[in-house]
Design a protein around this ligand. Structure first.
Ligand SMILES: Nc1ncnc2c1ncn2[C@@H]1O[C@H](COP(=O)(O)OP(=O)(O)OP(=O)(O)O)[C@@H](O)[C@H]1O
Length: 589
């Protein structure tokens, strides 16, 4: 759902690594991540204190299938939601095995979390397929935002024909499958049900260690992103307003097979741990039982009891997104392990796995389409190639989205992806998404933010942001300054920045060549591709559909024939209602 600006109690997620912007750094001040960390560590301190007391058990006996020994209990809490937000109006204390919507959905594992919700993998007992369930915080403000999100999702999920003659671009936007309410100890929560996707693009950026993702993949992501945005803007009249790597998710090809794989491997780990614990327990128990039975060691029993208690009472579950071949370093190891374990061989007598032979065989069969063993026939090779070379992405998190004729707020976009018109407080529209998309594509190619503003002693983050934009793209158009509600804060009457005087101009193609070592030709092509989407005047910014036709995207794997003939390359979206400002009096799409 939304970015850190719209709702109270909102903190940045600590997952975005701070990387240097290509732009001149004025002064080094405390990082955004540092600030987020300190809030989270406060939450963790509170959590520690709470745990000493022991919160109300969540996984009570009645929780069918709740597994206190699951991998999830050992989560890295620093990267999860804060315990202090588990209170009335806050997150629902969801757990593995919990049922929703009169038993239709059963929670399997946690996939992720956001400031508005926790997101879970669930089994739909009606369709027998897995789904992703977003359980929203119950406070009124979150509930209202979720109800708006549902309306927007319903609009974009309605597949009403293709934009071009052959292409259904709605498949690049996350589909809403169901929604309902769920009541728990913290109130009534809106629940949204989606198809299951894999990791987000930040995971991919991290997998390539912030050194940039190969252009072959970036082109696929860029083209699909533009097709998805064109569909949203032109067909649905919806503006996303928060395009960034975290909000673009990769598909996992065979969800059911991958769920079986990860569940099987997790179960195996748990079984191994149980065996290990039993073995440790008996070696610890024996001397106590025989020697000091009447005064059993208080430290040992307390430790054991509290160890059990901590696991049972774990409130925050570790996120486990489904692995995808491209972003998970251990995807193939997991598969190899899975396939290795599936070989018919006698079970060791000490390790009584609860997995039946039948179940194992079923898992193996379902994974056969993913097998990468020594088979060499063409079909298998093609499958492997497809698995690793072709990415499918979907734009997710419409929690901050709005309509072309109804903007809910002017505080839009996450800082690094925020457009100049929004910073100066001028009018904005669909074209604000295009700015963010260009920032995102640059980040995929280089691993760095395009703009990473910071505050200094004498200037604000906004000052620095505007200065970085000017350094890269030139002066902010006078029209934008005239209409910007905040322009006077940043600019004097002569149109000069008030708080920053020394600017270092560094055009994009030079940044790409000099800093990121693209060849001169590549730097020129990429710059030609990105600059029309970074036009400072939102009215003139190139629209998504036209950019789909850019020559840089011609050889995009899986999409090389796809063009939108009705859109003009580098054309602005003058014909798209709400392109650069909120409009009234036009019928909704
Ligand atoms: N359909 C899905 N399939 C798999 N994982 C998902 C899906 N939807 C969301 N997630 C995971 O859950 C996380 C949170 O989802 P989302 O961003 O929609 O929640 P939010 O509470 O609105 O968060 P935010 O703070 O980012 O606005 C995502 O980053 C992703 O890891």
């Amino acid at each position: 759902m939304g970015s850190s600006i719209n709702y109270p109690g909102f903190v940045s997620k600590p997952n975005q690594t701070v990387t240097p912007s290509p732009i001149f750094h004025r002064e080094n001040v405390k990082s955004k991540q540092g600030a987020a960390r300190s809030k989270l560590s406060l939450a963790l301190q509170i959590q520690k204190t709470d745990n000493d007391e022991g919160p109300e058990p969540l996984h009570k006996d009645g929780a069918e299938g709740a597994d206190s020994d699951s991998d999830y209990s050992s989560c890295d809490e620093k990267n999860e939601e804060s315990l202090i937000d588990y209170k009335p109006g806050g997150y629902h204390p969801a757990f593995r095995g919990e049922t929703y919507n009169n038993g239709r959905y059963v929670l399997v594992r946690k996939l992720g979390w956001g400031h508005f919700s926790t997101v879970w993998l669930a089994k739909d007992t009606v369709s027998h397929a897995h789904v992703a369930m977003k359980v929203v915080r119950s406070d009124k403000v979150y509930t209202e935002a979720a109800l708006d999100e549902i309306k927007l999702l319903q609009r974009v999920s309605t597949r009403d024909g293709s934009l071009g003659a052959f292409y259904d671009a709605s498949k690049h936007i996350l589909s809403l499958l169901d929604n309902f309410n769920h009541t728990g100890p913290n109130g009534k929560h809106v629940v949204m049900v989606f198809e299951v996707l894999g990791e987000n693009l930040l995971a991919l950026i991290k997998k390539y260690e912030h050194r940039g993702i190969p252009a072959m993949y970036v082109k696929q992501i860029a083209k699909q992103l533009l097709l998805g945005l064109d569909y949203m803007h032109r067909k649905c009249g919806v503006i996303h307003t928060d395009i960034k790597p975290e909000n673009v998710l990769m598909e996992v090809r065979d969800v059911e097979a991958i769920v079986k794989m990860v569940e099987f491997l997790d179960k195996q780990k748990r079984d191994q741990r149980k065996v290990h614990r039993r073995a440790t327990k008996s070696s610890v128990d024996t001397p106590i039982a025989t020697n000091v039975s009447s005064r059993s060691s208080p430290s040992v029993s307390r430790e054991r009891a509290s160890g059990r208690k901590v696991r049972r009472h774990t409130l925050i579950t570790g996120s486990q997104p489904l692995p995808s071949p491209l972003s998970s370093t251990n995807f193939f190891e997991m598969k190899a392990q899975m396939m290795g374990q599936s070989l018919p061989r006698p079970m060791p007598s000490t390790s009584k796995s609860n997995t039946s032979g039948g179940e194992e065989e079923q898992v193996t069969n379902s994974l056969s389409s993913l097998e990468i063993s020594s088979c060499t026939d063409d079909r298998v090779e093609e499958e492997i190639r497809t698995e690793t070379d072709v990415i499918q992405i979907r734009i997710a998190d419409l929690g901050n989205a709005c309509w072309f004729d109804e903007h809910y707020t002017n505080s839009i976009q996450t800082r690094e992806y925020r457009s100049p018109e929004v910073i100066v407080g001028s009018e904005w529209g669909c074209s604000a998404d295009i700015w963010s998309a260009a920032c995102l594509i640059f980040e995929l190619l280089t691993g760095d933010f395009l703009f990473e503003p910071d505050e200094g002693h004498s200037y604000s983050k906004d000052d620095d942001h505007i200065a970085q934009i000017i350094e890269l793209l030139g002066d902010i158009p006078v029209q934008l300054l005239k209409t910007g509600r905040h322009s006077r804060t940043f600019f004097n009457s002569r149109g000069q920045l008030r708080n920053i005087s020394k600017l270092k101009f560094w055009p994009l193609k030079d940044v790409l060549h000099e800093k990121y070592k693209f060849s001169v030709e590549e730097a020129q092509t990429i710059s030609d591709f990105l600059l029309p989407m970074l036009r400072l005047n939102p009215k003139e910014r190139a629209d998504a559909g036209g950019m789909v036709n850019h020559p840089w995207l011609n050889d995009t794997v899986g999409l090389n024939g796809v063009k939108l003939d009705e859109r003009e390359l580098y054309g602005g979206g003058a014909d798209i209602p709400g392109w650069y400002r909120e409009v009234a009096g036009q019928p909704r799409h």
